[in-house]
Design a protein. Structure first.
Length: 428
């Protein structure tokens, strides 16, 4: 099995959400090229339309036009955030600064995900919340208004919590001071706000200070390719017998590329070639060569910069010699599925020795062909990770739902097939 070629991946999901949201409050017409068109991005577009912004349809290879005022309008119906936690949590931050009541909901997976991690600090700033269901989840109602300055230490390192609070501070023109406990989560919100003239500073002791002053203005932005989507193709290239694959135009923000450090320790040959910057975001090419892999230990402080790459790294660990351990991955239990339990279950079901113990995951590699059935629970990253495992010689990996890859990576199966001439996700 040989890998070759140069490919591009769809636009960065995190940057797409943020760009659409900021454009929806920019008071004019903004143009966003390369925006992700996947289900999650459509969820953001849908709720922004429900709040009065005009967005052209999200379509591949089309620039998205966003025409908006400086404030959201009161929505006439419940805002459906689909499968997207980022849409929900970041939007709660923006809605906290708006003096009306809005109800948010989502699909079955999203309704079960914790929201108090965001509503608790937003309530400290002055927003009010109503649970519309028992326990911590959706649907819920928010009533925003005038907010106060916030100083807050996050209980977990999370870009969604951090961004919700920074966006609330921006929209309400109040200062926000934050600190994450361990490791730095992705900093796209900070970079974008800085690029728009807001003062967002980080001190050596890990505090982020954002002070009001600037005003959003309409903008143009080219969204880089998503490094989390690139990671699946890089992994497929590493597992090939021979060859080299280049992924061009991909975001290389160091708070997203933690997986590259882990891959280097595993003996993988992956080169980063930075080329340009786009509104404060480094962009370039990743070049991956077929490699033989060895186990490594991933510690808790590394996790925030590779949180979405644990599934694909676990799949690579299943092909590496030795036992890889991922420590401090408890946050995976509250992703699109309980990713920690599901990863261990699916690895075992295709014949890999794996175990989730507390908030750690152990995976012992082997070169036996993986064979068996994979349950995704609609989790896109689980589906894509196991589709990559299904490309190794002799594999018979049967994935119950590969279509859910469309949550973040439209055309994933076709792209995987285009780099490796073998059907992905089907019995060999
Ligand atoms: C995201 C942050 C991460 C990540 C998610 C996207 C973002 O979640 O898992 O896919 O765009 O801010 P947490 O910040 O909750 O870890």
């Amino acid at each position: 099995m040989h890998v070759s070629g140069t490919i591009r991946v769809p636009g960065d999901k995190s940057i797409t959400h943020r760009a659409l949201m900021l454009a929806a409050l920019a008071g004019g017409t903004s143009w966003i090229g390369g925006a992700l068109t996947a289900f999650d991005a459509r969820s953001t577009a849908r709720v922004l339309r429900g709040l009065g912004a005009e967005l052209s349809p999200l379509m591949p290879d089309r620039v998205t036009r966003v025409r908006a005022g400086r404030r959201f309008h009161r929505p006439s119906r419940r805002l459906d955030c689909g499968n997207s936690g980022t849409t929900t949590r970041l939007l709660l931050g923006l809605l906290a600064a708006h003096p009306f009541r809005a109800e948010l909901t989502g699909d079955a997976s999203l309704r079960g995900r914790p929201m108090r991690r965001v509503t608790t600090p937003l309530a400290q700033m002055g927003a009010r919340f109503e649970d519309l269901v028992d326990g911590d989840g959706l649907p819920l109602a928010i009533r925003g208004g005038r907010l106060h300055e916030l100083t807050y230490e996050l209980p977990v390192s999370s870009a969604q919590i951090k961004s919700a609070l920074l966006l609330a501070g921006m929209a309400a023109a109040v200062p926000v001071h934050l600190r994450e406990p361990l490791g730095r989560s992705r900093d796209h919100t900070e970079r974008l706000l800085r690029a728009f003239g807001f003062a967002v500073q980080e001190t050596p002791d890990g505090w982020i200070h954002s002070v009001p002053g600037a005003r959003l203005a309409p903008f143009e932005l080219q969204v880089p390719g998503d490094p989390s989507s690139a990671a699946f193709l890089v992994a497929a290239a590493l597992l090939a017998d021979a060859g080299e694959l280049a992924v061009a135009g991909v975001g290389l923000n160091p708070t997203r590329t933690g997986f590259l450090q882990v891959l280097a320790r595993m003996g993988a040959s992956v080169r980063q070639e930075p080329e340009r910057e786009e509104l404060g975001e480094p962009v370039g090419t990743l070049v991956a060569r077929a490699s033989s892999l060895v186990a490594t230990e991933v510690n808790g402080a590394e996790i925030p910069a590779l949180i979405d790459e644990v599934p694909i790294l676990a799949v690579l660990a299943a092909r590496a010699s030795g036992t890889t351990v991922f420590r401090g991955v408890g946050e995976l239990r509250v992703k699109e599925s309980d990713r920690l339990a599901l990863l261990a279950e699916d690895l075992v079901s295709v014949g890999v020795a794996a175990e989730a113990v507390g908030d750690a995951l152990y995976v012992t590699g082997s070169d036996r062909p993986p064979r068996g059935r994979v349950r995704t629970l609609g989790d896109h990253r689980i589906a894509m990770a196991f589709a990559v495992l299904g490309t190794v010689p002799g594999a018979a990996v049967d994935i119950d739902d590969l279509a859910c890859a469309g949550v973040s990576f439209p055309g994933f199966s076709a792209t995987l097939r285009s780099i490796i001439p073998r059907p992905a996700g089907r019995r060999a």
